[in-house]
Design a protein around this ligand. Structure first.
Ligand code: SAM
Length: 242
């Protein structure tokens, strides 16, 4: 996968138009405020689009991402001390947190069940008593009920993306996503600037509930999330044991 490495700058430019970071920040801020959670960790923080909003709102914030290239972009506008490179599966820090967020559907990249369990266990260990876990996921049912394998074309700013999703037969609710990126030179001309392939996963309602229950979280709320593609929802969870 290179969308989050060599193509990180394209992600950063394109997703300003595809994700509504203002609305996402308001969503997280409301829940965090409700539970008086000020010391937070964001996994899959990417290029820092939410980070800058949390920092501006005086949260005690730490952003963690697997890919240094994404963090390098974040560090151009936000102080480097707010970020660390790491994997949600095993990232440890000497501190414990009031809340952990896994944002921008980052959990979709944990394709194996062991990775999902490990991430939830790891977060459980770094949360304070009664700490919050808030994350968004892709809903398996609507996606796989009528899986669309057609080629999609999407335009944002000076970029065009051609993409296609192919369901995998070896593992339920996973698919390979191929995308090619073009820079638009003028109305008709465009130059190919890179491509990416990634395996992604969606979750069934019962499946994610089981994962969370087994590790020791209560699901407090399930909230639909509007998205330009792959419908999903947020889960607001609370650490219950351990
Ligand atoms: C779709 S992007 C979301 C980025 C950011 N949250 C946003 O909304 O713009 C997914 C991010 O998850 C990161 N990521 C993927 N797997 C990860 C893992 N196992 N641990 C931490 N970060 C991961 C990628 O590097 C990428 O930055």
């Amino acid at each position: 996968m290179n969308f989050y490495t060599s193509l990180a700058h394209i992600y950063h430019d394109m997703y300003q138009d595809l994700f509504d970071y203002d609305a996402e920040f308001i969503f997280y801020d409301e829940w965090l405020t409700k539970f008086e959670a000020r010391h937070i960790i964001e996994f899959g923080c990417g290029t820092g689009n939410l980070a800058k909003r949390f920092v501006a709102a005086s949260y005690k914030y730490l952003g963690v991402d697997l890919n240094q290239e994404m963090l390098e972009i974040a560090k151009k506008t936000i102080e480097a001390t707010y970020f660390q490179q790491g994997n949600v599966i095993n990232f440890r820090n000497e501190k414990s947190f009031d809340a952990a967020l896994i944002t921008g559907r980052t959990i979709s990249y944990l394709v194996n069940d062991d990775e999902v369990s490990d991430a939830l266990i790891n977060i459980h260990k770094i949360l304070k008593k009664d700490g919050l876990l808030i994350f968004d996921l892709i809903d398996a049912q609507p996606l796989f009920d009528t899986f669309d394998t057609s080629t999609k074309e999407l335009f944002t700013g000076k970029y065009k993306r051609i993409s296609r999703s192919i369901p995998r037969s070896d593992k339920r609710w996973t698919w390979d996503w191929e995308s090619t990126y073009y820079e638009i030179n003028d109305q008709v001309e465009s130059t190919c600037i890179g491509n990416d392939t990634a395996t992604l996963r969606a979750f069934g309602d019962e499946e994610i509930s089981e994962f969370l229950k087994n590790v020791g979280y209560d699901i407090l709320h399930k909230i639909p999330k509007t998205s330009y593609t792959w419908q999903g929802y947020f889960l607001v969870c609370q650490k219950t044991s351990g």
